[in-house]
Design a protein around this ligand. Structure first.
Ligand SMILES: [Zn+2]
Ligand SMILES: [Zn+2]
Length: 114
């Protein structure tokens, strides 16, 4: 799992450097569910990566989440607030708008994309 994540990160870096590595490998999906909504993560386009501490604030650790969950986080909370207050999954899930979103998205299939 960790190795797979590393490989993905390296591939992304290689692409940024303009290296040709062929198509990206399928998204890594482990036994862990999405840390925001708790639904399973299914390989493919419905998943994304989130930095709990935004990269612009020096954050490095990233987590696999649903794309829809990720979009909701960034639509709802500005980067500075993420860094200052919402840098744990617990804090995020207590945000009123995020909490409402979680109870809505929990009823959707794991690959759901709007
Ligand atoms: Zn999710
Ligand atoms: Zn993010």
């Amino acid at each position: 799992m960790v190795l797979r994540r590393l490989m993905r990160a390296n591939t992304k870096e290689a692409r940024l450097l303009g290296l040709q590595l062929g198509p990206p490998p399928p998204a890594a999906v482990g036994p862990e569910p999405c840390p925001l909504c708790g639904r399973p993560l299914v390989a493919g386009l419905s998943i994304d990566e989130h930095h709990l501490v935004p990269r612009s604030q020096g954050g490095k650790e990233k987590f696999l989440v649903h794309r829809i969950c990720h979009q909701k986080i960034h639509q709802t909370i500005p980067e500075k607030e993420l860094a200052r207050r919402y840098h744990t999954w617990e804090a995020l899930s207590e945000h009123p708008e995020i909490r409402a979103f979680i109870s809505w998205v929990k009823k959707r299939p794991p690959e759901f994309m709007p």
